[in-house]
Design a protein around this ligand. Sequence first.
Ligand SMILES: Cc1cc2nc3c(=O)[nH]c(=O)nc-3n(C[C@H](O)[C@H](O)[C@H](O)COP(=O)(O)O)c2cc1C
Length: 380
Amino acid sequence: MIVNLADYRRQAQRALPTFVFDYVDGGADDERTLMNNRAAFDRWQFVAPMLKDASVRSLAVQLGDTALAAPFLIAPTGYNGMLRYRADQMLAQAAEHAGITYIQSTVSTAALEEIPCSRTGARWFQLYVLKDRQVTVDLLRRVKEMGCTNLVVSVDAVHFGNRERDKRHYRKPMKLSLASYLNVARHPGWVLRTLVPGGMPGFGNLKPYLPPQYRRGVGGATYFAQQMDDSLNWQTLAWIRSLWQGALYVKGILTVEDAKAALALGADGLMLSNHGGRQLDGSVCPLTVLPEIRRACGSTARILIDSGIRRGTDVVKALALGANAVLVGRPMLYAVAAEGEAGVAQAITLLTQEIDRTLAQLGCCSLAELGPHLLCRCEN
Ligand SMILES: Cc1cc2nc3c(=O)[nH]c(=O)nc-3n(C[C@H](O)[C@H](O)[C@H](O)COP(=O)(O)O)c2cc1C
């Protein structure tokens, strides 16, 4: 029975071979950041005023050209085709029907052209910058052609995190261990849902750029790992800003200095993120730095956060501490793995109901009424 997002995690764990579940669920090194991302939310507790009429409520929020029915977006995640055939399309469709937004990753399984343009909302794309600048130029051309108006440049995955839970399933890079193959054999449902309809998933957006030797199987992953531009810097970001006329968000910011620099360079918004604990282990949690970054950047800066959001109360805490909206990563992936598009739709509904209930219990009719006065920081 599904009553909250954690139930989808349990269901996904049953539905997926362990190597796929660990790819999604795992973090870097000792997974301290992964754990702390949750603890950061527990450190804040609500101080709820009573006897306030909050019988009529709205969760709507506007981010530039994007109207959201509830204050969250589905975070960009790569290689979703491992969870289920057409998982990217399912995430996008469920988001569209719920009036929220799905951010498509550079390394999504579906190509940009395989996801229908949004009928109601604005479309978002997340960019990883590759060494071959012509690839970035061409990707941006396709992004624009496909009607995307919001670009998210991720800057925190230039050097890949050390994901040990992931590594243990491989005898060498991209070659599963015998134990993992046996484990796959114990998940025939996953094979039927994922591999039988479409074969081994690839990287739809990168296909046109893959040299012949990388076109088979998961060769795209090898190409991508080699092509990630590890010299990425502020000049590169300025170059992207000059190429892209739409709204630009920088994802992976965690310091006041970087936040100010990104805005000074012309970014329209920031995404405070530690990549869900998948990159630098021991990294600070976005929620912890959110209040000082909001103070430093002023009330008009557009600031989103992610990493560790699992409950409506988490979303409300982030908004009360200064976020305009949040991104939700893994829970939506567990939901699509467990129940496909219907699962994502249900996960969005559950989270929306939790946000709405929290708002009501805090005596607030709208998100604009949220603020730090509704929280106290406790160390226990
Ligand atoms: C399986 C997986 C794949 C991801 N792929 C990407 C990606 O392609 N681009 C990106 O910017 N972030 C990626 N992320 C990070 C998410 O966008 C987001 O920052 C993170 O999942 C938020 O943390 P949460 O999962 O705890 O909600 C990925 C995360 C996961 C779990």
